[in-house]
Design a protein. Structure first.
Lengths: 352, 429
């Protein structure tokens, strides 16, 4: 049966969906997860609702995990890490380490689903004084507050009257080396702006942006409702600096469509931090000998250059945000494709 | 009539104009500027970006982070991202007044997500404008004076060491010394000639003497570093001065060069190195003295009980990352209370003197509501400072004038050298 096994690294949305797909195709899936819990970043970072569906993140990810773990073909190894891989397509030997010791799993194909981490606004410079001003938070911080229905100013525990999001923090930036667009932050900020207005109807919410990137249905499901129903103010022009003003924050920027300077007093500023490859993505790329792009993501494309799940190593596939900024739809789509490719790899090596 | 002209007519029909609540309606107030954008002009962006060093001009994606931190926009209507937009809609930067407003303070580059490098773009375009003869008159005069006299103040080269006669301690001149020294002190044009610059030079001489520094100056053999002239577009003049100065630096034996000014520091450490391979140890005086704080502290015997704020020079701070040495010196002065302004360190404001601004005072004034130096003095006064401390020879005169013109005569402007000297000697300036 070992030739019929796909090893999947990482149990976030993409890894869980890949495991479920492999299992439903009639093959075995071994799902290796570093943490002691399943669900990946939405679980780890306490997401409230999913973008763009507005589904309760805990419930949706819980159902996904249950669908994978509940399948008889899926074996889950939590608190476990892949230490080395040898062999070739159809016959990989994967070393796995956990609290119980080391063991080797034979697998015909491997799917890497090690995901992303949120950009740290203090990594390069003190971006917008994130580490000095308690009322400057990130979209990841706000998710936790929304989930707890406790949207407050960390400095005094009071609900904010005026909230603003600053887009593209840690993305589209040559200076820090993250030149890519993180793809999801425009949607997440709009989703969160709606949620803030739902929880604090009297608050005023603004979004400072360079370009709003609301592709496909995000336009009508997030951007338009935010503006039309929830009266979120979208202002074109990024904030340059945040200064203390009494016990509030003064943001300075330029309203570029008006060509005028802008100084707005706020209670809570939310940095729309982008995605970066997770530590797990970087280390698995090394362990598996996979080519990475200049940003540290696992290079996808394969020989044709257009295969979103192929890596530089035959028989090893990459899904979700391990290959670059992804939303949940991307993660599901690539997970299903990788499951099909992995199964096809095994069938080919079996002479099918 | 075509549709475009209809649109213009509609605007011309506008009959009411109310500005600040005052009705100034009348035919003279109707639109006199073309409202409709008839044409986009990417070639005017390309024209800039085609110059070596100016490639990044075409990268701007209009996020506008540069505008609020631009010291010129704070007193006017400028801002790097606007230059791109203007070029896109028909403004030729090579002949635009905007070209001369940038002080190369580098705050835009600091926050720019795409690393559009105005510190390289502006000199490149200005160089071409200078060749084409589009130069503000007062700047042209500074160029000519520098070329003729070796300094932008138009003072005699023979009198470059005249200030040393006022010194109550010996100021050794290399030519007379005829032996190697430990430190070559490059004094600079403003400390050599400007009355307030000379005060700082005299203070430096006393401090070096008290510390027992084995040093010498070049005196008449020293010429202006030329870096600000280069940033203002006169590359040829810069190269001429660089060749002269380097030949003088190489004529004598020394271990370390100490410079009074941050612009000179940038010139020798970066530009002379990159362009002429001049690669010797150089320190700004604040760094040199901060390294000798253990020897300096016992000399600072007298209290200087003043509330002092420090203006970070753009070319010491942002350009070379030195924020701590000046503060270490100020904090070593007994009795002195150091307070920080909102715009300090990385986000420090600009005095307006860099990148040729020193010689564009009237020109810039026509495009701003107040001088940059005046804006800074107002900030210092608002923070309740008694002294605005500086570490750049451009700044003393600029800020002193600004303190007077804004009615803040109570604010004293002193070089850190002067404050150290006050503490050493127990005299008030």
């Amino acid at each position: 049966m070992s030739e019929g096994t796909v090893l999947i690294i990482g149990a976030g949305p993409a890894g869980l969906e890949a495991a479920r797909s492999v299992a439903e195709l009639g093959y075995s899936a071994v799902l290796v997860e570093k943490r002691d819990r399943l669900g990946g970043m939405p679980d780890e970072a306490n997401y409230a609702k999913l973008t763009h569906h507005f589904l309760d993140a805990g419930e949706a990810i819980g159902e996904l995990a249950a669908a994978a773990t509940g399948h008889e073909n899926v074996q889950v190894l939590t608190s476990s890490q892949v230490t080395h891989v040898e062999g070739e397509p159809g016959a990989f030997r994967v070393g796995i380490q956990n609290g119980a010791g080391a063991k080797t799993v034979n697998a015909g194909a491997i799917i890497v689903a090690t995901g992303f981490q949120h950009f740290d606004p203090g990594r390069e410079t003190q971006y917008y004084n994130y580490y000095s001003f308690p009322d400057v938070i990130t979209i990841a911080d706000l998710e936790g507050m929304l989930k707890a229905h406790q949207v407050v100013r960390p400095s005094n525990g009071q609900p904010p009257e005026r909230v603003a999001f600053i887009q593209c923090v840690g993305s589209r930036d040559r200076q820090i080396g993250n030149e890519f667009c993180s793809k999801v932050c425009c949607g997440i900020a709009s989703k969160q702006a709606i949620e803030v207005k739902q929880q604090l109807p009297d608050s005023r919410v603004m979004i400072f942006y360079i370009d709003m990137r609301m592709y496909g249905y995000w336009e009508n499901e997030l951007y338009w409702p935010a503006q039309e129903q929830y009266h979120v103010n979208y202002v074109k022009g990024l904030v340059s600096e945040i200064l203390p003003k009494g016990d509030r924050l003064l943001v300075r920027g330029e309203d570029t469509t008006m060509g005028r300077p802008m100084e707005v007093t706020l209670d809570l500023v939310v940095l729309s931090v982008g995605m970066e490859p997770s530590a797990g993505t970087r280390s698995m790329a090394e362990v598996l000998g996979l080519e990475q792009n200049k940003y540290g993501y696992i290079a996808a494309g394969g020989p044709t250059g257009i295969d979103p799940v192929a890596t530089s190593r035959p028989g090893v596939f990459v899904v979700g945000a391990a290959a670059g900024p992804s939303d949940l739809d991307d993660s599901f789509a690539t997970a299903g494709l990788a499951a099909a490719r992995a199964v096809a790899t095994i069938r080919r090596s079996n002479g099918a | 009539m075509d549709a475009g002209l209809d649109k213009v007519d509609a605007i011309w029909e506008k009959e009411v104009a109310i500005v600040d609540g005052i009705d100034i309606s009348g035919p003279w107030n109707r639109m006199f500027e073309q409202r409709v954008v008839w044409e986009y002009t990417p070639e005017l962006i390309d024209k800039v970006a085609a110059l070596p060093g100016a490639e990044s001009f075409s990268w701007c994606y209009q996020c506008a982070k540069c505008v609020p931190v631009c010291p010129v926009d704070m007193v006017g209507d400028y801002g790097p991202r606007k230059l791109y937009r203007k070029a896109q809609t028909g403004v030729d930067l090579f002949t635009s007044d905007d070209l001369w407003l940038c002080t190369t303070c580098m705050n835009c580059v600091r926050v720019c997500k795409k690393v559009v490098d105005m510190v390289k773009i502006m000199p490149a375009v200005r160089e071409q404008a200078v060749l084409d003869g589009f130069v503000p008159e007062e700047l042209q005069k500074a160029f000519e004076d520098t070329a003729k006299y070796g300094n932008p103040l138009g003072q005699s080269q023979r009198k470059r060491a005249a200030w040393t006669k006022k010194s109550d301690v010996p100021v050794p001149i290399m030519k007379d010394l005829k032996r190697p020294v430990d430190v070559l002190w490059y004094v600079g044009s403003y400390p050599s000639y400007h009355p307030r610059g000379i005060d700082a030079a005299l203070a430096a001489a006393r401090i070096f003497h008290a510390l027992g520094v084995d040093y010498g100056i070049l005196g008449r053999e020293e010429k202006d570093d030329g870096d600000s002239q280069r940033l203002a577009g006169e590359t040829g003049l810069f190269e001429m001065l660089a060749e002269h100065n380097i030949s003088m630096f190489e004529k004598y034996e020394w271990n370390l060069m100490v410079v009074t000014g941050p612009h000179e520091y940038n010139a020798f450490k970066k530009e002379y190195k990159q362009r002429f391979g001049f690669d010797r140890p150089i320190q700004h005086y604040t760094q040199f003295l901060a390294d000798r704080l253990d020897d300096l502290k016992p000399l600072l015997k007298h209290e200087v009980p003043l509330k002092v704020t420090f203006h970070d020079p753009c070319y010491l701070g942002r350009h070379h990352g030195e924020y701590d040495a000046p503060r270490a010196l100020l904090q070593a002065i007994p009795g002195l209370e150091l307070i920080e302004m909102g715009r300090c360190r990385e986000n420090g404001y600009c005095c307006g003197g860099g990148g040729g601004g020193m010689w564009l005072d009237s020109f810039t004034q026509n495009h701003t509501v107040m001088r940059l130096s005046e804006r800074r003095v107002l900030e210092a006064a608002a923070y309740g400072a008694e002294v605005l401390a500086v570490a750049c020879p451009f700044e003393v005169s600029r800020f002193e004038d600004a303190a007077k013109s804004t009615g803040n005569d109570q604010l004293r402007v002193l070089d850190i050298l002067e404050l150290l000297d006050m503490s050493m000697r127990g005299v008030s300036a």
